[in-house]
Design a protein around this ligand. Structure first.
Ligand SMILES: Nc1ncnc2c1ncn2[C@@H]1O[C@H](COP(=O)(O)OP(=O)(O)O)[C@@H](O)[C@H]1O
Ligand SMILES: [Mg+2]
Length: 579
């Protein structure tokens, strides 16, 4: 809970003013029945005359004005406090997620992070607002009402005390059944959220595999569960209201019956009776409000827990301990020393085992191997998307952990296997690589990536708007734009993870040719499915099951490596079949 204090602090004033101003509303509600009683007793029945009635009415009107303005401003500041407070928490959660390593994100799943950032924060905002409004109001009404009723006629008011424990017991019993039901309702809501998220994000894949009906079934299941559990919880809620109203009405009847007798015996005035009835209603309804609040807070507690979980997670990849925070990557020599890697500590099998190699500046290092052999995992260790489990990765002789993350990633241009473009124009997207790059430089990068030609073919050219993820360009075009974007960073190390798989061989050769001139001094690491893409590399690494099976130039490997020959000839055969 302490961690949330820092988010309250900037809005301390609102957090105090909100409940405090509600106090004026309470004061008004407490005073009015008493004034009304005076008006009836002395003005109407007691013969106080028109003058008295008008005076009393003016006082009551004044009270109402104060009460209403207190209520409005109290609500206003409570809302202001709750909205600002939760917006700051939302920002903190967002910042935290930005800081997360891939590993952290894998653990939470994207869908659940989105739910936490939206739905959960909204829950917290609602409960904070309610709590601020009720914090002073409900106890105030309760205590004030009891005191006022007793000051008028203690005997009659004590009827309330018989009903309060009864009502309290009813509320307690209702809540005991309601809370667990709300808990399980929240769980199915989470489940439905993450299923929906996954479905909508991957709708293209689902359609192309004609898995629509299967997905609908899965959705129905989750949705049906939520429906049943909500109904289950609501059964209790719908009971709460009538039970409480019943209790209130019974109390009122008893008070009226007993009070009526007193009035007839001339032991109590009518005005006082009406005031006591009003106070009784106030006291009981404030009890009701508190119970409603408790029911709602159980849902908020679940949300707070989920938000705290994110805030408390330490990113397992930071540069706090970096030794050379100001150091930039100057040459780009990459060296792996006995690197092993696992995605999860607990898993026995390593994704990479005992990897050692060097990639020299200005040279091309090719990496080949069947899918799942660990190629992508290997290169992700260079810009620290993940950290190795054992061994070390060095750049220019310095451990990557000793660079600041900013400088490290500035020096490494990487085109991921599953890369995306963002909504915005092509120009905007390319500028990700270099915000202040002059246009000429952008065109040059696009030319090197063989993207300039097709971009100029679009009606809007570089101003063409891309859909989210780059849906309105072809796979090969998208890959070339991603390469251009990486080139604009002028990286010392360029990593292409299967980034030309959708580009035809001739165009791919042109890209490689362009690299030789535009990226003369850059260390180029190219992962390729097609061996033809790395034939002229200065060195090729053959990965097999997370280990380096062979290393050398194409000519050397053809002679020495069984694995390499296998990959090479199987691809040659296939190409011959195709042509
Ligand atoms: N984010 C991840 N979490 C857990 N396992 C993963 C993850 N990414 C890849 N793997 C596993 O690591 C192994 C190597 O995958 P990868 O490096 O992607 O191979 P390649 O790029 O050669 O096809 C595979 O067994 C794959 O299932
Ligand atoms: Mg891969």
């Amino acid at each position: 809970m302490n961690r949330y204090l820092q988010y309250i602090k900037p809005y301390k004033l609102y957090f105090i003013l909100g409940p405090l101003l509600m106090l004026t509303e309470v004061a008004g509600e407490i005073v009015l029945p008493k004034l009304m009683a005076g008006m009836i007793n002395n003005g109407i029945l007691g013969g106080g005359g028109t003058g008295f009635i008008i005076r009393q009415a003016c006082i009551m009107f004044g009270c109402i004005i104060i009460q209403v303005s207190g209520g409005i401003s109290g609500h206003y500041f409570s809302v202001k406090a709750a909205v600002n407070f939760s917006a700051d928490i939302r920002r903190a959660v967002f910042d935290k997620v930005q800081e997360f390593s891939f590993k952290n994100i894998d653990k939470f799943s994207t869908g659940s992070l989105v739910t936490r950032l939206t739905n959960d924060i909204t829950q917290v905002m609602n409960i904070t607002r309610m709590a601020l409004i009720m914090a002073v109001r409900s106890p105030g009404m309760l205590i004030g009402g009891v005191i006022m009723a007793f000051s008028i006629d203690a005997g009659l008011a004590s009827i309330m005390f018989i009903m309060i424990p009864l009502l309290g017991l009813a509320i307690f019993l209702l809540m005991r059944t309601a809370l667990p039901r709300f808990d399980s309702m929240q769980k199915s809501l989470d489940n439905l959220n993450s299923k929906t998220q996954e479905n909508i994000t991957n709708v293209r894949v689902i359609k192309s595999f004609v898995r629509g009906s299967f997905e609908t079934e899965r959705f129905d299941e989750a949705s049906g569960e939520l429906r049943d559990r909500t109904l289950n919880a609501m059964k209790i809620v719908v009971m709460t209201m009538p039970v409480m109203t019943l209790a209130m009405n019974i109390t009122t009847i008893v008070v009226l019956w007993r009070g009526g007798n007193l009035v007839m015996g001339r032991e109590l005035e009518i005005g006082s009776l009406s005031a006591i009835v009003q106070y009784t209603t106030q006291v009981l309804s404030s009890l009701m409000m508190v119970s409603m609040m408790i029911i709602n807070s159980s849902r908020a507690v679940a949300s707070i827990r989920r938000i705290s979980e994110v805030l408390e997670t330490k990113s397992d990849l930071t540069d706090e301990d970096a030794k050379y925070k100001d150091r930039l990557i100057t040459e780009g020599r990459v060296e792996f020393r006995n690197v092993s890697f696992k995605y999860y500590e607990k898993r026995k099998d390593k994704v990479l085992g005992d990897i050692s190699f060097t990639a020299e500046p200005g040279k091309v290092l090719g990496i080949v191997g069947i899918t799942g052999s660990g190629k992508s995992s290997l290169v992700q260790l260079i810009p620290r998307l993940y950290d190795p489990t054992e061994g070390e990765v060095l750049i220019d002789g310095i451990n990557v952990k000793d660079y600041s993350l900013y400088n490290l990633r500035e020096g490494v241009g990487m085109v991921l296997q599953k890369n995306v473009l963002f909504s915005g124009s092509i120009m905007d997207n390319l500028r990700w690589g270099g915000e202040d790059a002059p246009e000429e430089e952008i065109y040059a990068a696009a030319r090197a990536a063989q993207a300039d030609g097709f971009v100029r073919g679009f009606t809007d050219g570089y101003d063409m708007e891309l859909g989210r993820g780059g849906v309105n360009v072809s796979g090969g075009q998208k890959q070339r734009l991603c390469i251009a974007r990486a080139l604009l960073k002028k990286p010392k190390i360029l990593i292409l993870d299967d980034s030309t798989s959708a580009v035809d061989t001739a165009t791919e050769a042109q890209i490689r040719h362009a690299f030789a001139t535009t990226l003369k001094d850059t260390t180029k690491i190219i992962i390729a499915q097609r061996v033809s893409s790395v034939l002229d590399a200065d060195k090729i690494i053959v990965l097999n099951d997370g280990r380096i099976a062979a290393e050398g130039t194409h000519d050397e490997l053809i002679k020495s490596s069984e694995e390499y020959r296998e990959i090479y000839y199987s691809q040659m055969d296939r190409e011959r079949e195709v042509s």
